[in-house]
Write a protein that binds this ligand. Structure first.
Ligand code: ADP
Ligand code: MG
Length: 256
């Protein structure tokens, strides 16, 4: 752990992995996040759903500062996100992210994709990084693909590599942004199975997905966003059987 990460001033020892309080964001004049409030406990699994354009990706991307918010507070593992680059770095060390498009480096092997950041960002010896990469490739059940290139793998396999690659950085929180929506239907399950096992191992997870079976199976809470707001947030049971808002009912009517 770096001196910065250990600095008591930057840490509050909070029970929450992620806290968003009164968060607003604009893209130019467009008000994309409107007073977003969300507290995620350590180990909690949150599924975020809502219509296209409702701000789900923007909210997720604000949590590791791929986007900047303009008002309110975002605190990740006790570190508040400000313009302080050391804090941004500190937060990114603890937060892994998987996108819809896997963003693997096409000219690197699967193993090299997984060891790149540990070697260059964490300064880990190559041999150790490879050992850890093989551990996680085994965990996502594709160790035999280690020496292939991304283009030689199916979409589902590539997404599992992307998950393994994130895990190699030993994150405390994993963010997923529609990780299965670019996949052929027969590959969705293998990626969801990987996410379920990660959830069962106690990872704190925020997942934007419309896979409602997954939400029922692992989510502690389901968040519904519309037009930049969190409209409704509830246990999967209550959310699906007893949606309180008309907008939620409308949305569920369209996707279920
Ligand atoms: P979702 O993930 O729920 O589909 P997004 O967070 O991607 O929604 O986008 C929310 C809104 O913000 C959309 O109207 C989108 O067009 C707009 N938007 C997203 N990114 C940008 C950007 N970089 N600049 C301007 N507008 C953006
Ligand atoms: Mg999105």
């Amino acid at each position: 752990m770096s001196a910065v990460a250990a600095s008591p001033a930057a840490r509050t020892g909070s029970d929450y992995a992620v806290e968003l309080a009164g968060v607003h964001k604009w893209y130019g004049a467009f008000h994309v996040l409107r007073d977003v409030n969300l507290r995620v406990r350590k180990g909690e699994k949150i599924v975020i759903c809502g219509p296209s354009g409702s701000g789900k990706s923007t909210m997720i991307r604000c949590i590791n500062r791929l986007e900047e918010h303009q008002k309110g507070n975002i605190v990740v593992n006790g570190t508040e996100l400000t313009n302080d680059l050391r804090r941004i770095d500190e937060v990114r060390r603890e937060v892994g992210m998987c996108f819809q498009h896997f963003n693997l480096f096409p000219h690197l092997t699967i193993l090299e994709n997984c060891t790149l950041a540990p070697i260059w960002v964490r300064k880990m010896p190559k041999k150790d990084a490879e050992e850890i990469a093989m551990k996680y490739l085994t965990r996502v059940r594709i160790p035999e693909q280690a020496n292939k290139y991304p283009g030689q793998l199916s979409g589902g396999q590539q997404q599992r590599v992307a998950i393994a690659r994130s895990l190699c950085m030993n994150p405390k929180i994993m963010l997923f942004d529609e990780p299965t929506s670019a996949l052929d239907p027969e590959m969705v399950k293998e990626v969801l199975d990987t996410m379920v096992s990660l959830a069962n191992e106690g990872m704190t997870m925020l997942c934007v997905t419309h896979e409602m079976g997954f939400a029922r199976q692992v989510a502690d809470r389901v968040v519904f966003m519309d037009a930049g707001e969190i409209v409704e947030m509830n246990t999967p049971d209550q959310f699906f059987s007893n949606p309180r808002h008309e907008r939620t009912r409308l949305f569920l009517g369209q996707i279920l």
